[in-house]
Design a protein around this ligand. Structure first.
Ligand SMILES: [Zn+2]
Length: 152
């Protein structure tokens, strides 16, 4: 990804469906998971979303944590298909789809962060973010939905 280029994240329709479904079921706690797929010429295509348990021990309504061993497992599965971990998704129960200060503190460079606002148990807004080069703030990524991939 070149500096200053427009960031965009494309998701297969089925992947966003899995994301919304998982995050509605974990409401009113934050739900989370991993986005896997391909990146070429700066274009990220999320082929699949893998929900994982929120491993935060004391405040799952406001925070999420993905256990390293869970991430490793998803990463192995992705590699087996020639896919990579592109980012993560999580919900903001009854809050906007805007990164919180703890999201900023725990964010890693490179990855896309998809945040879904879930209000009264329904997914109302999805936005994607990526850490800026100075790592001091998130920059928005354009979110684009793709039709299903053709049969292999
Ligand atoms: Zn958050």
């Amino acid at each position: 990804m070149e500096e200053g280029a427009d960031l965009s994240l494309r998701l297969r329709a089925q992947a966003i469906e899995v994301v919304r479904d998982h995050l509605c079921r974990t409401y009113p706690e934050e739900g989370c998971g991993v986005l896997i797929g391909t990146e070429s010429d700066g274009v990220r295509v999320v082929e699949r979303a893998e929900p994982v348990a929120n491993a935060d021990s004391d405040s799952r309504q406001r925070r999420y944590r993905i256990a390293p061993e869970q991430l490793l497992e998803v990463e192995r599965g992705a590699r087996a298909r020639d896919w990579d971990v592109l980012g993560f998704f999580h919900s903001h129960p009854d809050h906007p789809a805007v990164p919180s200060s703890s999201d900023l503190e725990s964010a890693w460079p490179y990855y896309s962060y998809l945040i879904v606002s879930v209000v009264d148990g329904s997914a109302v807004e999805s936005r994607a973010w990526r850490l800026g080069s100075a790592r001091a703030a998130f920059e928005p990524e354009a979110l684009e939905l793709l039709p299903e991939a053709g049969a292999p």
